[in-house]
Design a protein around this ligand. Sequence first.
Ligand code: NDP
Length: 499
Amino acid sequence: MPLSEELDMATATFESTAPGTGAVVGVFPVHDTDAVTETVARARPAAEHWAALGFGERKLRLAAYRGYLARRLHELADLVHRENGKPHADAVLEITLAIDHLAWAGAHAPRTLGLRRVRAGLLAANHAAYLEYRPLGVVGVIGPWNYPVFTPMGSIAYALAAGNAVVFKPSELTPAVGVWLAAAWRAAVPDCADVLQVVTGAGETGAALCRAGVDKLAFTGSAPTGRRVMAACAETLTPVLLELGGKDAMIVDDDADVPAAADAAVWGALSNAGQTCIGIERVYATDAVYDRFVAEVTAKARDLSAGAHEGAHYGPMTMPGQVDVVRRHVEGALAAGGRAVVGGTVDGALIAPTVLVDVPADADAVREETFGPTIVVSRVADAEEGLRQANASVHGLAGAVFSGSRTRALDLARRMRSGMTSVNSVLTFASVPALPFGGVGESGFGRIHGEDGLREFTRAKAITRRRFPLPVDLMSFTRPEAAADAVARVIGLVHGRHR
Ligand code: NDP
């Protein structure tokens, strides 16, 4: 698929390069404010047409899109591998998840959002009441580079299924994937080509999208940039959805399956080179299992290899600047008395698996998002202390609990201060389209995925219809003087007995 067709829209260009090798993947225009405004203006009539099609027609076109993606899954996975650096197999998994979400969003939009009757209640008993969730119009999506298909598609699929047009600004590190996704839409759904468009560039292009008059802005990235996005959107009262990463914790309880917990922790922390917003960054293992858990994690992490070669378990860091963050966290943890039982030196974009223990709770490696292939394991007296430490974070995106007791695990999961928690696995909630995805605190607000994710890109519309007149119309100047007293007596009978 050509990656250069948008080049005539702007003069300045930038390159995207393969992490590790630096090979050029593609050249893209830097869309300035005018180009972004033009793109959003083109999306307006497309949004109206798309909304007017209705759920059934949209579902057919969303199915054509996912069919197109499924047939070219390996082509897209290869591009993700080249531009983001992750292994081809991980790219395949990511795209598979995105396709599944597209299918769910298309199938569930009618029942979740469509016009339905609700009970009118006592005071409006002679009326019918209707509720529906109408599309917002044009939604701006600013996406990250770590899951360049799955993460933006969490907003794009649900916004489209809800009847909106989308203007997508991929990260400047993964523009080729964004351009591919929009080109695939045009090819699969040619009669609604402008319903999904892409603009490319760096932060200024994203900032221009925030100010372009879109009806909602869905952002995934860091908390500092999220604040800037929200401030820019405040100028036009554009609502925002913020997905800002986390510092997710796993609790390993006394009766947990320790080998399973260790396997999940290693995958949750190190896959995708740890560049996963819902990745496991901290583990709180109880005294009873700590030594066994650390031994298992150490053995498993030592077996992993990082690189761009065939068979590598994860690739190089996608964003060069992130290497410094990981180094600062690892070195800070070691200087504060921590020990690296695996890895411990950060030198270049290929970071070896790193397992840290005995790290003080106030170290950056425990408090800030590391976003690298590292994991900090801490000993706690019991799961309650693990939960307290897990919750002692400004972030609150997701987490995991490993326990042999279903009741205890569910109780811990429910009290974990996060948007999502998996029991006896990691990250599973992201693969369940019916479950909402999003965080609390510094991890942001708003939800993608599930019914909440569909509603996130809509406005509720309430309608009443009078079915028959009442002998006394309370909302009329013709009502008799005694009417209000009669209503007060009824309300007294119905509600007054409650204390
Ligand atoms: P940023 O938050 O800086 O960028 C995220 C997206 O926002 C990118 O598309 C970026 O464009 C765009 N952007 C940057 N500045 C602005 C602006 N002023 N207005 C509007 N959009 C803007 O994240 P980075 O990619 O720089 O990563 C930094 C850190 O963020 C990581 O270390 C990690 O901790 C966290 N992160 C979290 C993710 C998550 O899944 N929650 C995903 C990615 C990062 P461009 O890339 O072109 O600059």
